[in-house]
Write a protein that binds this ligand. Structure first.
Ligand code: SF4
Ligand code: FES
Length: 360
């Protein structure tokens, strides 16, 4: 018998898929939500009220670029009034003085600022936005001057991995409380660019050693989060902390998913907050219950001592790599389909193909 269902810890709100940047490693789906389909301000207020009522603690505002929503400040204010911890995940290119002051007044708790590189030429190249890097530096300064804690985020891939020391130095120089070094994860748009982005195992090992050295040097002064590329791991990540276990993920159009890529799984239908309450979705939605807990697991997960640690890995990745969302994540060294990872790594071209920029 499974334990009683705890409330979701966090709600990840993709407010919009609009974004001024065009990162090739974007995890947004290839079929993005059009502006006309987005939830209205009032609908977001209702979602926030429901989330607070069912015990959600954190609201992660993301996109696309969440600052492309004109009502972002009102949404933050509503969440703050309802006692939710608000985390804005932004590229920073729209975070001018006026926006910073308004967000502060609305009660924003934390901002995570993403960078594409440590310097402007390649940063603007990877982001597809001229002048973007300079705007990000300004945004970081504003966040610190506002007295907010700052997380700087750098997404690593084969074309920028050599800049990791400079990225760590930039994160430190900007006064980050936390630096997130995240290798690209291959879903959505990023999957299209996998050959252009996937590093070698040697490159990964060098990066990991650099991160470890930085952690030892910085101690408790700056925390470093490090996300390794799945394809070079031997144990899968506990994707979303387990399916239907900790998070609700809302699309801009109101569909509620257990993870950002869940729509790729055939046979699952996702309810919308336009039709069903969040409480009902969390408790009883068949899509949420499909891979919740351990009852659904195949061998070898079913009898594995890690099954309540990694929850069998990522369902969307199992679908992509093994052709079956109910399979053990092939990233796992014990998975029957683990060989597929070696095949992908062996087929990685020496010269990276051209990046396909993300576009709505
Ligand atoms: Fe995790 Fe399943 Fe691999 Fe065990 S067999 S480590 S539960 S993915
Ligand atoms: Fe869907 Fe991992 S991205 S379960």
């Amino acid at each position: 018998m499974s334990a009683p269902l705890a409330p979701p810890m966090g709600l990840i709100a993709e407010l919009t898929h609009r974004c001024p940047l065009q990162c090739a490693y974007c995890a947004n789906p290839v079929e993005m939500v059009r502006p006309a389909q987005e939830l209205t301000t009032q609908e977001w207020f209702d979602v926030i009220d429901q989330a607070a009522k069912i015990g959600v603690l954190q609201l992660h505002l993301t996109g696309g670029e969440p600052m492309a929503r004109r009502d972002l400040v009102e949404i933050v204010a509503r969440a703050a009034q309802r006692g939710l911890y608000t985390n804005l995940i932004t590229s920073g290119v729209l975070l001018d003085d006026k926006a910073m002051a308004a967000l502060l007044e609305a009660g924003i708790d934390h901002i995570q600022l993403s960078f594409q590189e440590a310097e402007p030429v390649m940063g603007d190249h990877f982001g597809g936005y001229r002048g973007g890097h300079a705007k990000k530096l300004e945004a970081a300064r504003r966040i610190r001057e506002a007295g907010l804690s700052l997380t700087t985020n750098f997404v690593l891939h084969r074309q920028n991995i050599a800049s990791l020391p400079a990225m760590l130095a930039l994160g430190e120089e900007l006064g980050s409380d936390r630096i997130e070094i995240a290798h690209t994860q291959y879903y959505g748009w990023a999957l299209r660019n996998r050959d252009a982005l996937l590093p070698t195992r040697e490159e990964l090992e060098t990066a990991t050693a650099l991160v470890e050295a930085a952690r030892a040097r910085l101690g408790s002064r700056i925390a470093i989060d490090y996300v390794v590329p799945d394809y070079h791991a031997s144990q899968p990540k506990a994707c979303m902390g387990g399916w239907g276990n900790r998070f609700l993920h809302l699309l801009p159009s109101g569909e509620v998913l257990p993870c950002h890529a869940a729509q790729t799984i055939p046979g699952l239908r996702f309810a919308s907050v336009r039709e069903v309450s969040l409480a009902e979705i969390w408790r009883a939605d068949p899509a949420f219950n499909r891979f919740r807990g351990t009852d659904w697991m195949p061998a070898p997960c079913r009898s594995c001592d890690q099954r309540e640690i990694d929850w069998g890995g990522c369902r969307c990745q199992a679908l992509l790599l093994a052709g079956d969302a109910a399979a053990t994540d092939p990233v796992c060294a014990r998975a029957p389909d683990h060989g597929v990872i070696e095949t992908i790594l062996a087929a990685r071209p020496e010269e990276p193909p051209a990046l396909i920029p993300r576009r709505l």
